[in-house]
Design a protein around this ligand. Structure first.
Ligand code: PHE
Ligand code: ZN
Length: 881
């Protein structure tokens, strides 16, 4: 039996609050077990609201010890405090009034990591989405904007540092071992952007002068001794600040910008006004302990949170249905930033890989929902890849449709029109319509219709008429609660390549609007005729992945190879090879399933090796070419009745064929891509390491002894190379003495660095095969594991469930039973974390029937458990529907 069912919230029920909040004054007396919070809130009744309407404030697990109206006790008959709300009656009809609420909290026992909690002896808050109501009763919704003053009192020795949003007002010693500090944030903000941090931390300081000459103090707070590892984050922050001025015309607006790194955090990071709080994994880096991917993630997430200052904070969401208003847009902004800092093509490839491996499965399964949903039971479960990544793609499509200048004009209008407001997706889209004069009504379906559109294309060439005819048909698959779908506006970038590799320039096009190379698909079926095409063309679809769709077009290996060699759009070159590889991997999986001999096409091998050896292409791009679609990618392409063991067997056969055919190329690349001199984390050096390691994987794959991987492990002088070598050893030779030794030496060397130990857990959790479950179980009793720390749980349990197709999807169902047990265990402490990890089973229906039967039983076991949180019960019920 569930105890927490959670109410369903509907977008159509939105209405503004009855009372307007004018000011917020908070005083915290911090104590690990008994923190006292006094909240003074000034309200007035909104015009037109009934004089008898009560004030209704949100709450969650609160203990209230005082309640005053204009400094006088409110009689018990005039208020009611329930588990979820405080309702006060008899309030003034028009005059402003002050409500003073005193609550007592226990940060130390707050294991949900929402509201005020403790992490490594530091007091820290997390309020998005609905954590502020765990601090005090409050109108805890994003359309209530107010100016905050915050006073913090704490023991001076335990918490020398007292931080909150905005600018520092002052502070003093209180003479009794305690001290206080006051902060004032002049920018009206919703409660989800409130933050408080107090404790004993080290700091890295710098400064930034904005375009208009404002001096901003920059501070990154980390655990003492870790200051040198924050240098890269600081560098990324300054680059992000400058970039936002240059590209979006956005300046920072306070005297100080602070980032605090904490080791217990449910998400990646949080954009609290002027006081970002980060999972330390996205702040701390040095060559010895961070990989190139870690550096790239830090750069992107530091930028993402900083960019929220305008897209999220200055302009925020009217309600949580509008989450993509801030998240989709801010992801788009951080993608553009990284593209400018690094290689645009390689960044785009990484984005598309991520979108397809995370968002496409979500959109194709039981958890599918629109980018702008219309109902939810637990908002924490809507911080999804659909809201974030598909939301970003939708913003990108607006830029593609409007073109650079009109997109910029629309963004400028958005900032001008809505600064200081809490708005909706409709408000956002209206700015681009106003700026461009275009009607984006059909385009807006991208926000409202869930599911990945499928475009099916076929072409025919008429040599006599010199015309090429493309027949295009679009459909959007049914998703939960949306069976019928209308045709979408799909901006499809397209090129027609001729046999010699040049691009055809049609003399006329009929049947679709085309601007530049963007073909606008708007009908369910469209026939597009290109005239003046001198010979049979090879169409290259969805350049730059201009639309987040699946595209089916029968295209032979020769044509794909032509695209891979000649496309001017480099992304399309990668896409051609990747699609060729995927076709092959699907075929090999089918062969493995039928017990037939496994085959790999020569055209694929030739294409991959040619690109790998092509020195005119940048190394990072070539490494992307060499990295084959994952087992999950193959499963998604097959779609149903999946057997992960067959998929893996097929993939290994393809890998082996490429490794054997390319042994010379790969050996040479390992040599030629080696770097000398001190480690540098820049994109170019990272690209060389990536190509070298991709080649090394094939070299190790072609050999049945662990020597080469062992040597690489010994020779590594940075974490990228070291963790890659350890992965090769563990995944290819899990039980070899060399692997046992390497795992032990790695553990010993990094035992005091939890973030590196997370890699050690993850590498072992992803060892292919059924035996890994026992290994994961054993690792859970390792002293370095900590079931209360989200990063540890994610790297061991989460990685096993999300990224070990054969280990997790054991045919006997043990993997699912293990996960179900873990979910219930985690849920009792941290529901948000439990619900997130449970989404690893979102594609369970696409498994063959023995496995899907086991998966269903495991999910039913969770659904029937006692005391389930709203978070987990929401996910499990949607997955079983
Ligand atoms: N708003 C954060 C971001 O994407 C994510 C987050 C959501 C963090 C909820 C904590 C809680 O930048
Ligand atoms: Zn965000």
């Amino acid at each position: 039996m569930r105890t927490n069912t959670g109410q369903i919230v509907h977008l159509e029920d939105y209405r503004p609050t009855d009372f307007v909040l004018e000011r917020v004054d908070l005083t915290f007396e911090l104590d690990p077990r008994e923190t006292k919070v006094e909240a003074r809130l000034i309200f007035h009744r909104r015009e037109g609201v009934s004089p008898s309407a009560p004030l209704v404030l949100d709450g969650d697990e609160l203990t209230m010890t005082g309640l005053l109206l204009d400094q006088v006790d409110i009689p018990a008959a005039l208020y009611e405090a329930t588990d979820e709300a405080l309702i006060i009656r008899g309030l003034p009809e028009t005059a402003p009034f002050e409500i003073t609420i005193t609550t007592v909290l226990s940060p130390e026992t707050n294991t949900k990591l929402m509201g005020l909690y403790r992490t490594s002896n530091v007091y820290c808050t997390q309020c998005e989405a609905e954590g502020f109501r765990r601090i005090t009763y409050f109108p805890d919704r994003p359309d209530v904007l107010a100016v905050y003053t915050v006073n913090i009192i704490a023991d001076k020795a335990a918490a020398p540092l007292l931080l909150s949003n905005g600018n520092y007002l002052g502070g003093a010693d209180m003479g009794d071992g305690r001290h206080f500090a006051s902060w004032f944030d002049p920018h009206p903000k919703p409660s989800y952007l409130f933050a408080l941090v107090a404790g004993d931390l080290g700091v890295v300081e710098d400064r930034f002068t904005t375009a208009s000459g404002r001096e901003v103090a920059l501070k990154i707070y980390v655990e003492h001794g870790k200051e040198p590892r924050a240098a890269y984050a600081m560098d990324a922050l300054k680059r992000a600040m400058k970039w936002d001025e240059e590209v979006f015309g956005r300046e920072y607006d306070l005297d100080i910008f602070m980032i605090v790194a904490v080791s217990d955090f449910n998400m990646g990071a949080m954009e609290n006004k002027g006081l970002n709080v980060f999972n330390d994994k996205y702040v701390l880096a040095d060559p010895e302990t961070a990989t190139d991917t870690d550096y790239a993630n830090i750069e992107a997430i530091i930028a993402h949170e900083y960019f929220h200052n305008w897209t999220g904070n200055r302009i925020t969401c009217r309600d949580w249905f509008q989450l993509c208003l801030k998240e989709g847009l801010t992801v788009y902004r951080d993608h553009e930033f990284s593209a400018d800092m690094r290689s645009r093509t390689v960044k785009r490839i990484a984005e598309v890989r991520h979108l397809k491996s995370e968002q496409f499965p979500e959109d194709a399964g039981p958890l599918a929902h629109p980018v702008r949903p219309t109902k939810y039971r637990e908002i924490n479960n809507f911080y999804t890849t659909t809201v974030y990544e598909k939301g970003s793609e939708v913003t990108r499509m607006i830029a593609t449709i409007l073109g650079r200048d009109l997109f910029k004009k629309g963004m400028d209008l958005y900032f001008e029109r809505h600064d200081g407001q809490a708005v909706t997706i409709e408000d956002f889209v209206a700015c681009f319509e106003a700026a461009s004069g275009r009607d984006l009504a059909q385009f807006s379906l991208w926000y409202h219709q869930a599911g990945t559109p499928l475009v099916t294309a076929s072409g025919s060439y008429d040599a006599g008429k010199q015309t090429y005819t493309l027949s295009l048909e679009q459909s959007v698959p049914p998703t939960p609660e949306q069976s019928a779908k209308a045709p979408m506006h799909i901006p499809l970038r397209l090129g027609l390549l001729l046999e010699d590799g040049t691009e055809a320039t049609p003399t006329a096009v009929s049947g679709a609007d085309i601007t530049g190379d963007v073909l606008h698909l708007t009908e369910r079926k469209q026939t597009v005729v290109f005239s003046g095409i001198p010979s049979r063309p090879v169409p290259s679809f969805n350049r730059g992945f201009s639309a987040p769709i699946n595209l089916h077009f029968e295209q032979g290996a020769r044509d794909r190879a032509l695209i891979a060699r000649h496309e001017t759009d480099l992304f399309a070159r990668w896409q051609a090879l990747n699609t060729m590889a995927l076709d092959n991997l699907v075929k090999a999986a089918a062969e493995a399933r039928r017990g037939q001999p496994l085959t790999c096409d020569d055209a694929l091998i030739d294409g991959l090796l040619a690109a790998a050896a092509e020195d005119r292409l940048e190394p990072a791009f070539r490494s992307q070419v060499l990295s084959l679609p994952s087992e999950a990618d193959i499963a998604r392409e097959i779609g149903s009745n999946n057997d992960p063991d067959a998929i893996q067997a097929g993939r290994q056969a393809v890998l082996a064929a490429i490794a054997a055919a390319g042994s010379n190329t790969f050996a040479q690349l390992v040599d030629r891509m080696s770097l000398s001199g001190p480690f540098r984390p820049d994109a170019e050096s990272a690209g060389r390491r990536a190509l070298r390691n991709a080649a090394l994987s094939y070299v190790v794959y072609a050999d049945d002894r662990p020597e080469k991987a062992t040597n690489a492990f010994r020779a590594a002088n940075n974490m990228t190379d070291l963790s890659h070598a350890l992965t090769l050893l563990a995944h290819r030779f899990p039980d070899a003495d060399e692997t046992v030794d390497a795992l032990a030496s790695f553990k010993k060397r990094f035992a005091d660095n939890a973030l590196v130990i997370d890699k050690w857990f993850a590498i072992q959790a992803t060892i292919p095969g059924a035996a890994t479950l026992d290994r994961v179980r054993a690792l859970m009793s390792d002293p370095l594991f900590n079931a209360n720390n989200p990063n540890r749980v994610r790297s061991l349990v989460g990685t096993f469930a999300f990224a070990n197709a054969t280990g997790f999807n054991r045919a006997d169902g043990e993997g699912y039973r293990f996960l179900a047990h873990q979910i219930l265990d985690i849920d009792a402490r941290n529901p948000q974390l439990a619900a997130r990890i449970l989404t690893s089973m979102r594609s369970w229906r696409s498994l063959e029937k023995v496995r899907s039967g086991h998966a269903r039983s495991a999910l039913e076991g969770i659904a029937g458990a006692a005391n389930l949180s709203a978070d987990v019960s929401d996910i499990v019920e949607r997955m079983l529907k």
